[in-house]
Design a protein around this ligand. Structure first.
Ligand code: ADP
Length: 353
């Protein structure tokens, strides 16, 4: 599958064995499946894509309807936390539509000519996937309006009195936008997506299935209890499940010289990476300790980020959702608060971990 990748971002499983060549300062890569790489694990069909049943069945109907009418799928917006499968779904949609998926990340589309180049490079029916679409700049976004609605680019060439308008027709394509921040997308852009779907966190059973499938692919022998244990600390997120699985695999192969994974081995492996029995790592614990210092006083996200020297949106989208989910943290209009449960946990860890 050919990909244009301006900046794939935090996607440690995204690129497989690849041939790279530079075209217009963008990287075009041919992705091939390789047994040596977990990218091999990216599902190829909706059937292999675990969970998200409601989303899959409504996408299935839209895809079949588009195929029946011999049209591209309507522009689609996918929103949800990082690592839940937005990029994977974009590939799957392209596969199902029997076309190519070209990938770009909004922060890398800096100048109008970047988006013009991407759009002009599309062929009839292809999918253009733009990750972090809420971060498009205004000029780029405005160019997209007519491209999405009428498959047309309205460009102004030259300046002042010599300025001329030129319209370029584009092939019909599908834009798939992905975002973690639905509210940050302007309504004119949001309104141009015919399909808008939320990707939810996964259940333990679904994560367990993803772990079992991937461990088979990479020849790891996980017993049931071990895979379920890993699923329970994966924060409802396949990317985290796979990342933990890879760390466990490293530990098992290098330290224990085995491919057989038991619950006990998982505990030892995760302990060596400072991940505890709840799946919390050192950053989570630093976050909780910081709030514990001012227990019962709501603290703003920016103060926490400054105190920890970390990026506030990383804390908001990666660290906090799970802490909220397990009842350690609440968000109030006045700031973040550690719960009694969170306090009990961090008090027990501060000395012991
Ligand atoms: P996002 O784009 O939302 O950040 P990705 O699509 O990159 O997430 O998914 C992260 C990893 O998790 C990928 O390796 C992908 O193969 C895997 N993954 C995500 N969702 C699923 C799923 N439902 N079934 C199987 N694997 C999944």
């Amino acid at each position: 599958m050919a990909i244009i990748s301006s900046n794939i971002g935090d996607n440690e499983f995204s690129l497989g064995k690849k041939e790279l060549r530079l075209v217009d300062s963008k990287i075009i890569s041919e992705e091939k499946k390789s047994k040596n790489n977990l990218n091999f694990s990216r599902p190829d069909t909706f059937k292999e894509f675990i969970g998200q049943d409601q989303l899959k069945s409504s996408l299935r109907i839209s895809i079949d309807a588009a195929i029946y009418r011999k049209e591209p799928l309507e522009h689609t917006l996918l929103y949800g936390q990082p690592g839940l499968g937005k990029t994977t779904l974009a590939f799957l949609i392209a596969n199902e539509m029997n076309t190519k998926c070209r990938i770009a990340s909004a922060p890398a589309i800096e100048r109008p000519r970047d988006i013009v180049g991407l759009l002009l490079g599309l062929k009839e029916g292809e999918v253009l996937f733009i990750d972090e679409i809420h971060r498009l700049n205004r000029l780029t976004e405005e160019l997209l309006y007519s491209a999405m609605e009428d498959f047309r680019l309205d460009l102004t060439m030259g300046a002042h009195r010599g300025a001329r308008c030129r319209t370029i027709n584009l092939p019909r394509f599908t834009l798939i936008g992905a975002t973690t921040k639905l509210a940050s997308i302007s309504s004119p852009l949001r309104d141009r997506f015919g399909i808008s779907q939320k990707i939810e966190f996964y259940t333990y059973e679904e994560l367990n299935q993803i772990i079992v499938n991937f461990s088979r692919l990479i020849n790891l022998n996980l017993d049931n209890e071990a895979s379920y244990n890993l699923a329970k600390i994966s924060r409802g997120t396949p990317r985290i499940a796979l990342r933990l699985l890879r760390r466990v695999r490293d530990y098992a192969q290098v330290v224990k010289k085995t491919n057989v994974i038991s619950v006990n081995l998982i505990k030892k492996a995760l302990n060596s990476y400072q991940i505890d029995e709840k799946g919390l790592d050192s950053l989570d614990r630093q976050y909780l300790s910081f709030l514990n210092r001012n227990y019962n006083i709501p603290t703003g996200l920016d103060s926490i980020a400054a105190g920890l020297g970390d990026d506030s949106s990383m804390l908001e989208f990666v660290v906090e959702p799970y802490l909220i989910q397990i009842g350690f943290l609440t968000r109030t209009p006045r700031g973040r608060l550690l719960t009694a449960l969170g306090k009990k946990y961090i008090d027990s860890k501060d000395d012991n971990f």
